[in-house]
Design a protein around this ligand. Structure first.
Ligand SMILES: [Cu+2]
Length: 468
């Protein structure tokens, strides 16, 4: 099979790099039909009710057409619905129908610690959690996932995650595609490991914990080998890296650009044309892609060792709503530099020495995560500058309860895709960020700050702080 055929075929979801190249490439190709059409997650629109109801439940799914695998999801077998939210009152109810505790962290929501859904807010089996929230933030693509300490990696891996669109209904005025699943696609990128029988497995070795658990297949919205079918115009892709550890460097095989319009925390002031887009675990990006040439295109990852992520096909029968790229957007990037009252160093530590003596291998500032220890207190409403330093590998760094700006990356100006509002940032080396901590978090329900490689986070590369 020629490389080009491989990359554009229905087995394009196979990740071919590294130790997994022994995988029988076409074992499940027949079951994943040649033109399986990519489906969107179900919609859960809260805009008229101000309410949402989620149930964490067990399920099973045959991802590759082979054996079925036990899974978990919110309201469904694997992953959860895409929740549409507008600013205002939002009453959530999350019920746990699983046999172990789960939580629901709203990653990107700017809500108080008591509503944040972190490790201090477990939902016991058979119980429910009812946070009554007030959403007041810019439109953005955020997400939700379980966040039980030492179990986050496994719970997210088997499906306890979903996407949230915060919307103000003004995307028509912005000239942005907004028809869900037609010209506005939600794409959850996850690599997963499958055994020879097609069962999804999670059995991290010590090396997997060191590097983060990587899969040998790529799923988009829980589907392997599917093709996105889009109208012959401008298409919006809301990308979430929902993988445990894999970092994508996305590009199109025919080199067509991606026009970045939003980062984790909201819109940019204007689109930024990118040939490549890095997306680390936890990060989101919204890009516009021009499909008006009617040609097929393949989104790929890793220019050095390319593999297919998602093929696109144009269906001329689909309604075309947007035919030109917007020149400007209305994202406002507040310049916080100079107003900081505190500077902190956050060292994301990973050392073999600690591992050999048992404990301490994964830590922040030398201390592994301890639920009973508050690492520091931030004054509510104050601006702080944090210098983030990665050891051994590039770690994606996430802070709960805030959005931040990137001041520098390795001493230079931030890369174009990191110039907007962020809540998760890949740090290869050192970066400086700045944020205003507006939301409160008490000692009982502090905010987390951590590496978003889920195996690192579970192993202790996490800390917690209050905002009072
Ligand atoms: Cu890490």
């Amino acid at each position: 099979m020629k490389r080009r055929q491989f990359l554009t075929s229905s087995t394009a979801a196979l990740v071919t790099t590294g130790a997994v190249s022994r995988w029988p490439a076409r074992a499940f190709a027949q079951e994943t039909a040649p033109m399986a059409r990519l489906a969107m997650p179900a919609l859960l629109d809260t805009r008229s009710t101000g309410r949402l109801s989620l149930q964490a439940q067990s399920g099973s799914r045959s991802f590759l057409g082979g054996a079925a695998t036990p899974t978990a999801g919110f309201n469904q077998d694997y992953l959860g619905p895409t929740i549409i939210v507008k600013n205002g009152y939002l009453a959530a109810e999350v019920t746990n129908a699983l046999k172990s505790p789960v939580s629901t962290h709203w990653h990107g929501f700017l809500v108080p610690g008591e509503h944040d859904g972190g490790p201090h807010l477990p939902i016991a089996p058979g119980k429910s959690w009812q946070p009554e929230m007030h959403v007041a933030q810019d439109p953005a693509t955020v997400w939700y996932h379980s966040h039980i300490h030492e179990r986050t990696a496994e719970q997210v891996y088997f499906g306890l995650a979903g996407v949230i669109h915060i919307t103000d209904g003004d995307d028509d005025a912005r000239g942005l595609p907004s028809a869900y699943g037609v010209d506005d696609l939600t794409l959850v990128l996850q690599d997963r490991r499958f055994d020879d029988a097609g069962r999804m497995i999670y059995d991290p070795s010590m090396m997997d914990v060191m590097h983060g658990f990587a899969g040998n297949y790529l799923l988009v919205n829980g589907q392997a080998g599917a093709t996105a079918v889009v109208p012959q115009g401008i298409v919006r892709l809301r990308l979430l890296n929902g993988s445990n550890a894999r970092i994508y460097t996305l590009f199109f095989g025919d080199t067509r650009p991606m026009h970045l319009v939003a980062t984790d925390g909201g819109f940019l002031p204007a689109p930024i044309a990118l040939d490549r887009l890095s997306l680390a675990p936890g990060e989101r990006a919204e890009v516009l892609v021009d499909m008006s040439d009617g040609g097929a295109a393949v989104m790929m990852s890793d220019p050095a060792q390319p593999y297919g992520v998602l093929p696109f096909e144009v269906d001329p029968a689909l309604p075309v709503r947007i035919t030109r790229l917007p020149d400007k957007l209305d994202g406002v990037l507040e310049d916080l530099a100079g107003s900081e009252v505190q500077t902190r160093l956050v060292s994301l530590d990973m050392g073999m020495g600690g591992m050999m003596t048992g404990g301490g291998a994964f830590a922040i500032n030398g201390r592994p995560y301890d639920m009973e220890r508050i690492d520091f207190a931030v004054a509510q409403g104050s601006v702080e500058r944090w210098r983030i330093r990665s050891t051994m590998v590039a770690h994606p760094f996430h802070i709960h309860g805030v959005r931040f700006r990137v001041l520098s990356e390795n001493g230079a100006a931030p890369r174009p895709e990191n110039t907007g509002w962020k809540d998760t940032l890949l740090v290869p080396g050192e970066a400086e960020i700045i944020a205003r901590f507006d939301q409160p978090a008490r000692q009982e329900t502090p905010y987390m700050f951590h590496c978003h490689i889920l195996e690192h986070e579970d192993a202790g590369m996490m800390g917690q702080f209050t905002v009072t």
